[in-house]
Design a protein around this ligand. Structure first.
Ligand code: CIR
Length: 254
């Protein structure tokens, strides 16, 4: 898939007070800003245009811009995040997406859905049922995708936070899988690169054109991705990992 445009959102100083289940300590805001700048630089290296939308103090988790929307190159879906403190993030992202797309769909109550649960592999979308995405939300998205000519299926997420916390699509029929998604029947058709339990955080990677953005510090996963023929850009992600965020969460790519 050729990606030309990416949307990111600057972290706000309220970022350190966002939701987290990790016990990795308090996030360091200046460091988060630095890591975010490097993420944006890596995107530019991968040859995409980057729209940097303004930080929002009222929404500490809004930097994880992947969750309030699903975007393709022709339409967007505004989600209804499962976390109550994140529901209002959709207002600003809708405004930004209207600059790019006329066709905009909405997930409606009682459905909930977060973009971290949506994995695109070519023309198929996997939608994770998690603590943030319920069946109503997943089925609404499935219907929208069908209408737009894609196929979609639902996958239960039992252990990971979001679907994409545990699996990434690298392209060429290949996935990077950890934990419950290793040898999972839903992903049988793909060649699989497996992530060691101690490197689980590295299962969330982002393929952008000729580059694979990976979190720095996970040498086994890095070696396996490189051995499969990919060029990698390792990025320090410590301040986002502290808030349960992975690489994909920081951008919308289309
Ligand atoms: C949250 O709990 O919603 C944020 N602290 C982390 C969201 C991470 N997003 C993602 O994996 N797509």
């Amino acid at each position: 898939m050729n990606i030309t445009q990416v949307i990111v959102k600057k972290p706000s100083s309220s970022y350190v007070n966002g939701l987290t289940t990790a016990s990795l300590g308090k996030a360091d805001f200046p460091r988060a800003l630095e890591q975010h700048d490097k993420y944006v630089a890596a995107l530019k290296t991968a040859g995409v245009k980057v729209k940097e939308s303004a930080a929002e103090e009222a929404y500490p988790d809004a930097v994880f811009v992947e969750d309030p929307a699903i975007v393709t190159n022709s339409f967007a879906v505004i989600t209804r995040p499962g976390a109550d403190s994140r529901k209002g993030e959709t207002t600003a992202i809708e405004k930004v997406l209207k600059e790019f797309h006329e066709r905009i769909y909405y997930i409606e109550a009682p459905g909930t859905l977060e973009g971290g649960d949506v994995l695109q592999a070519e023309n198929h979308f996997y939608i994770g049922l998690s603590t943030r995405t319920n069946r109503e939300g997943a089925e609404q998205l499935q219907e929208i995708l069908k209408q737009e000519g894609y196929t979609a299926s639902l996958v239960e997420v039992k252990e990971f936070f979001h679907l994409k916390t545990g699996i990434s699509y690298l392209g060429e029929g290949r996935v990077l899988a950890a934990g419950e998604f290793i040898d999972h029947p839903a992903f049988q058709e793909y060649e699989q690169i497996t992530v060691l339990p101690e490197e689980e955080y590295a299962a969330n990677c982002v393929r952008i054109n000729d580059e694979v953005l990976i979190p720095a510090g996970f040498s086994d996963t890095r070696k396996k991705i490189e051995a499969a023929g990919y060029q990698v850009i390792p990025l320090e992600m410590s301040e986002f990992q502290k808030q349960d965020g992975g690489l994909s969460c920081l951008s919308l790519r289309f």
